[in-house]
Design a protein around this ligand. Structure first.
Ligand SMILES: [Fe+2]
Length: 414
């Protein structure tokens, strides 16, 4: 993506009335709603196709099969996959083993003519902390057998391992390498801190990002933060399935409450999003509160530093409600702050620790360490493994050679 073209699109987006959270429900026979994807600028509304389980095209075999969450992960799973445009069957068979026994139908749509058909089906009423096998597709054209485990019930005090990475942009080879390394730590789910691709409207870039995920994305969910390089493109909304408007939502996994916000859509009302965060964090009884968005409030990165507006609007809310960690991307390096409250260092457990994980392939940026709140920074491709376990969260960041870039602990807030 040429920089000039990106700027032009940003200007267009600023002038365009963006349609946010414009969802319709469909397929009342399926368990729960299937969401119609919102559409970004330059796109047209997408209609869900009528159900048709017997029409197959010339390339009907499911690909880019992915487990996602569009509800609470202890009881729900959303499966996404793609086929050629002509294949209409959208079925999931699932159960305790590869004999399945249960079936759910979903819905499908095309958001870019000439590319593919996206299929989306929800499974609801699942048992918490339970292994499920599944396959997707239709008669005669089923995918391989995959399996996943539902989340432990919210509030259960069990260890949770979260893989964290962000900013692949235009280097999907590094993203693929990083995924393989990250998966060695068997994360329960992955949090991607935004900017999966360089330009969100380029399907070929999404194809490459998803190609790298084959072998990983079928078995556990990737929670996606909308970054500025997603450009509010229809591709993002068409290819992911997440709660609410897919940009700003929260979910619970065992003892962890994770709130995700979109700070990068041009028309985002950050004040209103801050009010949402206040209400969301204020309502959760979960002992661990993690907040993720794309652009760091606090950063010593020299390309773009901290975002003062976010530090003024969102950080006080996070600190007030005892959010232990704020996880972002955007500034292409690894960076961690000391515990902060109002921009000033406080003792462990008395403030929020701000982590930037933005090294999944994009060109790296320098870090000056100029701000006293910056505890550590390393300019390298990396991923972070965060293990929440009882009264402590343990974070270890690794580079692609397996070297430890950072090793830190954060106590559960009082
Ligand atoms: Fe970014």
């Amino acid at each position: 993506m040429q920089y000039g073209a990106a700027v032009t699109l940003l200007l267009l987006a600023a002038c365009h009335t963006l349609v946010k959270g414009d969802f319709a429900t469909a397929d009342p026979d399926a368990c729960g709603p299937v969401y119609q994807p919102a559409y970004g600028y330059g796109s047209t509304p997408v209609e869900l196709a009528d159900r048709d389980e017997s029409t197959f095209g010339e390339a009907p075999d499911p690909y880019h099969v992915r487990l996602s969450w569009s509800g609470q992960p202890e009881a729900e799973a959303t499966l996404l996959w793609r086929t050629d445009e002509e294949t209409m069957a959208t079925r999931v068979q699932y159960g305790a083993d590869a004999d399945y026994g249960e079936e759910s139908a979903g819905a499908s749509f095309i958001f870019l003519v000439g590319e593919s058909r996206v299929h989306e089906a929800r499974l609801c009423g699942l048992q918490a902390d339970t292994e499920y096998h599944y396959r997707v597709g239709g008669e005669g054209h089923w995918s391989a057998d995959y399996h996943f485990r539902t989340a432990p019930p919210a509030g259960t005090d069990v260890p949770v391992v979260i893989g964290i990475a962000g900013d692949a942009r235009d280097n999907q080879a590094t993203w693929a390498q990083l995924l393989a390394a990250m998966e060695e730590h068997t994360p329960d789910f992955v949090l991607f801190s935004g900017d999966a691709v360089d330009f969100g409207g380029h399907m070929a870039e999404w194809d490459a990002w998803l190609d790298a995920g084959v072998g990983y994305m079928e078995d556990h969910a990737f929670v996606m933060v909308h970054g500025n390089h997603e450009f509010y493109a229809q591709n993002f909304f068409g290819l992911v399935a997440q709660p609410a408007n897919e940009q700003t939502f929260s979910l619970d996994y065992g003892p962890v409450h994770l709130a995700v916000l979109d700070d990068s859509t041009v028309s985002a009302d950050r004040e209103a999003l801050g009010a949402w965060l206040d209400s969301d964090l204020g309502a959760t009884p979960q002992p661990w509160k993690l907040v993720s968005h794309h652009q760091p409030a606090y950063s010593s990165c020299t390309t773009h530093g901290g975002d003062d507006e976010l530090a003024a609007l969102w950080s006080p809310v996070e600190e007030l409600h005892g959010a232990q960690l704020d996880i972002t991307g955007h500034n292409h390096n690894y960076e961690r702050s000391v515990p902060l409250r109002g921009g000033l260092e406080v003792g462990p457990g008395e403030g929020t620790v701000y982590v930037v994980s933005a090294g999944a392939g994009a060109d790296l940026y320098a870090n000056s360490m100029a701000n006293p709140y910056t505890a550590t920074a390393t300019v390298t491709d990396h991923y972070l493994i965060l293990t929440v376990d009882g009264d402590e969260a343990h974070g270890v960041a690794y580079d692609l050679a397996g070297n430890v870039v950072d090793d830190f602990t954060v106590p559960r807030s009082p």
